[in-house]
Ligand binder design. Structure first.
Ligand SMILES: [Zn+2]
Length: 358
């Protein structure tokens, strides 16, 4: 049986299929004259993926004396995988074809070894949900906290070696988080009616500290959409806001810091993936928390340091989810990489609050 490049969303799998350089028709999604691969050639990758799961065994995932319905504790393997990763393409995800393909790949080399056979009718659970699971990252929060303490209060410019975990991992993270943007509009907002000359980054000597930049170093903060850039400046009802439409002058190389699932095929061990995920979430979370004017500037030193580390590796900026608006923010290190095409004045009619009673 053959599957094809269009069966998958995961970049690593698509690349592998293209490298095989075989053209034909897909037995799963039905695409014709495309890059195809015999399913057994993907078994190694899917064995790596399967390390994240186990069948839902009694006493490991539930107590049969108390819980009479194991389906509350386990699920179909395909449901778990689709919830955790971005592996199958839209063409087949959720159609049942994804499940057929998954088990054909997993079992293609194991037909004669019943111990290795992965049974589609079993219930599965994430290994992290097992009663006996010991989080190998316990203590990770401490590594991040230690790093912050060190850089804020002990060693500002040459932080200590104990932060190595973060720094050495950063390269790997950046590599598969690289995104390029070119022919698209970016948006930047400022309160009040502003002339076009005031819509670029503030002059370096007037630059105040932000999550990404220290005082005295000026970066251009913008957003990928208009509502987000307006929300970011926290306007009030009735406020006038100037919005600049900005175009990149070149292809911008960015780090996309999203909480999107990472590919399970990048790393040997599932724990390594968990670690990367934690590192990313800690940094992203701090980066997207709004700047609190009451807080000391020193609080922002850790994210400023990581941002500068990213800059030193040849990136033009970073892209991350906005905490204030619906979309993504962009921090550009050099405002000369973009030009303002037009400005627009808008009036904020209304602001909607969404809240819960606690
Ligand atoms: Zn296909």
């Amino acid at each position: 049986m053959y599957c094809c490049q269009y069966c998958f969303e995961d970049v690593n799998l698509i690349l592998k299929i293209k490298e095989y350089d075989e053209i034909g028709n897909c037995d799963y999604c039905g695409s014709e004259e495309v890059f195809i691969i015999e399913v057994s050639n993907l078994t190694e990758e899917f064995d790596m993926l399967f390390k994240h799961y186990e069948s839902t065994e009694p006493y490991e995932y539930f107590h049969p004396e108390i819980h009479d319905d194991p389906t509350e504790f386990g699920d179909r393997l395909i449901e778990l995988i689709n919830a955790d990763w971005n592996i199958f393409s839209e063409k087949i995800v959720g159609s049942g074809t994804d499940e057929a393909l998954l088990f054909d790949i997993l079992n293609s080399n194991k037909r004669f070894d019943p111990d290795e056979y992965v049974d589609p009718h079993n219930l599965y659970s994430r290994i992290t949900q097992a009663f006996t699971f010991v989080d190998p990252l316990e203590g990770w929060e401490k590594v991040w906290e230690d790093f912050k303490q060190d850089i804020k209060h002990s060693n500002r410019f040459f932080p200590e070696v104990k932060n190595d975990v973060f720094i050495t991992r950063l390269d790997a993270i950046l590599e598969f988080r690289t995104v390029y943007i070119e022919n698209m509009d970016l948006y930047r907002a400022r309160l009040d009616i502003q002339p076009i000359s005031k819509m670029k980054a503030p002059p370096a000597d007037l630059a105040t500290a932000g999550r990404a930049n220290p005082r005295g170093i000026s970066y251009l903060y913008c957003a990928l959409d208009e509502p987000t850039c307006i929300a970011e400046i926290r306007p009030w009802k009735g406020a006038k806001v100037t919005v600049a439409h900005i175009r990149p002058k070149k292809k911008l190389k960015l780090v996309g810091l999203f909480r999107a699932p990472i590919s399970p095929f990048e790393f040997e061990s599932p724990y390594e993936i968990l670690e990367i995920d934690k590192i990313l979430s800690s940094f992203i979370q701090e980066l997207s928390t709004p700047v609190d004017p009451a807080k000391s500037e020193i609080e922002y030193v850790p994210t400023q340091y990581i941002t500068e580390l990213i800059k030193s590796k040849g990136y033009d900026g970073i892209l991350f989810a906005s905490a204030m608006g619906p979309g993504n923010n962009l921090v550009l290190f050099d405002e000369n990489d973009v030009e303002i095409k037009a400005i627009d004045t808008i009036l904020v009619n209304n602001i909607i609050y969404n809240y819960n009673h606690e």
